[in-house]
Structures are given as structure tokens and as C-alpha cells.
Ligand binder design. Sequence first.
Ligand SMILES: Cc1cc2nc3c(=O)[nH]c(=O)nc-3n(C[C@H](O)[C@H](O)[C@H](O)COP(=O)(O)O)c2cc1C
Length: 356
Amino acid sequence: MTQPSQLAALLARPEPLLALAPMQDVTDLPFWRLLARYGGPDVYWTEYFRVHATWRPEKWILESLTGNNTGRPAIAQLIGNDIPSLVRAAKELQHHPVAAIDLNLGCPAPVVYRKCAGGGLLREPKRVDAILGAMREAIGDGGVKFTVKTRIGFDDPRVFDEFLGIFARHSLDLLTVHGRTVAEMYRTEVHYDYIARAAAALPFPVLANGNVHSPGRAAEVLDITRAKGLMIGRGCIRNPWIFGQIRAHLRGEAVLLPRGREVLEYVEALYAATEPTAAKERLQVEKMKKYMNFVGAGVGRDLASSKEFLHHVRRATERAEFFRICRDFLDHEEPMPLVPFAPDEAVATAVADAHG
Ligand SMILES: Cc1cc2nc3c(=O)[nH]c(=O)nc-3n(C[C@H](O)[C@H](O)[C@H](O)COP(=O)(O)O)c2cc1C
């Protein structure tokens, strides 16, 4: 089965579609493969290809597509605003194993939005209309699908209805809505009511995105929004079991929580999976700290011990020291819900800014 028809088949099921959110410097092929070992999402998103006039596909992102052996379809995300370049990229990427081409209308990093790409485009409905028209034509409506991932506005969600009209006009195959404005970054509550509005108004499937951290929350968000599925980002860095847990919960089965020791094994597997050959130990420990910003928010018995964990981890410089700290907090048999004790939005903002 081709990837587009695999995606169509997944969307045709009565079960909600569970998607991995695109996350720069996180959702690469090693991370996809690791998630797949824990049950994994139904569909994988690449981090964004940064498209401009002299763009050539970023090698490491392309490798996620060509080396995808998860057995699940993958969607290639683009960010940019130059129509000829986006059209060229959309045409070129269709020659690779992709289910869909996705346009990013949400990135809140100032370096991106100031150039009027990502979330910055939500200040310019006419420009988005023109971009979507050109991309829809370049992608066609036979094989590879055309999808968009958006926030609900730049600094005022009152523009959202206008954008819904634009999305409908270009017959997207799927829309993901992160229920915050660009100005809200990751700081506020998620406005699930806007996602519900999109799901009710649009003739194609909508995925709800933002703060889905647990199977219970997943069920609530599906209930509130009536979306076709969920896209999950930070929640699955902290808890790679989350997709399987959500499936079990929605079937009415008991949700199995991993024990501390299993979480420790996950951190070890993450270290091994994401370590490039010949990587310097110090650099790999630094890389692990980025993942630990998310994992750490749910480690320990309470907020104080999760802060203490992060405090120590951020000071580690060597592998042995890093894992000694992880063992101190995780080498136990207690079940772990892996839900953040405090919002990790501040951390996510810092990380996303750094990568924008
Ligand atoms: C480290 C990081 C990198 C991200 N990179 C991207 C990206 O490349 N493209 C994109 O559309 N969104 C990106 N996002 C946003 C996520 O896809 C998602 O919309 C957001 O984290 C909210 O979902 P969550 O609460 O499940 O994490 C990024 C988020 C984080 C934390």
C-alpha cells in the first residue's frame, strides 16, 4: 500500500488518528524508531524543511523519510513563504516516500515569524490564500495529500474564522490545530473551543494539538473538540508509552503505567538511539539534557523532586554522572504516570526559540 493510501485507511477507521507532532531536533528517524518500539503513533511528522529560493532538502530530514521503517506513514513538513520555492519543494518531496506534504503556519520563534513564515503568516490571510492555492495545485488531488498545521491566530484568535474559510477553499486533506495564538507561545491554556469550531466547520479531518499529557486528557480533548484525532509532542518525549496508553484507555481497558526502572531503561534507550557514531560524550550528554527538560517534568514524586532531578541533570557533563543521577531518581518499582507536576511550557519555549 502506498503511504497516502495507508494514511487514508487510517483516517477511515472509527478510531482516532494518533500523530507524532513535528519537533525540531527531536523528531528525527532515531526518535521515530524508538517510539515505534513502544507502540508508536499512527503517523509520523518530520521536523520542518526550511524552504527558500536556493533550498535543497536537508539531508538528515530526508533520511527520516527514506529510512522510515516504522511501518507507518510519514508527513513532510515545510516552512517558508516564497511561493515558487514552496511549489518546487512540494513537487520534489512527492518523489520520496511521503503520505502528505504539510505547511507550518504556527512556528512562534521570532527568527521565523519576523520573516513572515510559520506563525508569522497568520498576520497575512491573503498571502496564505495564495500559498495554499499554489501548493494545492502543485500537489494535485490524486496521490500525496496536502495538510496544514496551524495555530489559531497571530495575537488575536478572531482571525481564525477567516482562516477556516481559506482552508476550506483549498480542500486540505487534513488540518492540525494547535489551540493557541503565536503570541501565546506555549504559556497559556490551550483553547480547545477553537479546535472544536474547526472540527465542526471543516469538511476534512482535524487533529487537536496541545497539552495532551495523559490518556485521560486525550479522551477529554477528543470529547471536547470532536476532532478526528490527536497530535502529541512533548507528552511523548516524556512518556513514549502514551500512544499505547491512549489506545487502551479508549477501548475501556486498564492503562498500564511504566515502573521507574522501565523509565530508566527508556532514558538509556534514548541515549543509545540518538547518539551519532563517534559522538563526543559531552555533546551527547548535552543533547540528553534537551530531552530531559521534558522527561524531568514528570520525574520524582512531586514538583520539588522533579525540580531537584532537573537541577542535577543540568549540571552533568559526563555519561556516568548523567546516568547516576537518573538511577538515583528512577531505579525503583513504583508506577509512574509521567504527567508534568508543573507546566513545562517555559522549557518548551526556550527550546523552540533556540531552534526556530
Ligand atoms: C522542541 C520543539 C520543537 C518544535 N518544532 C516544531 C516544528 O518543527 N514544526 C511544528 O509545526 N511545530 C513544532 N513544535 C510545536 C509542536 O509540534 C506542538 O505543536 C507543540 O509542542 C504543542 O503540542 P504538545 O503540547 O503536545 O507538545 C515544536 C515544539 C517543541 C517543544
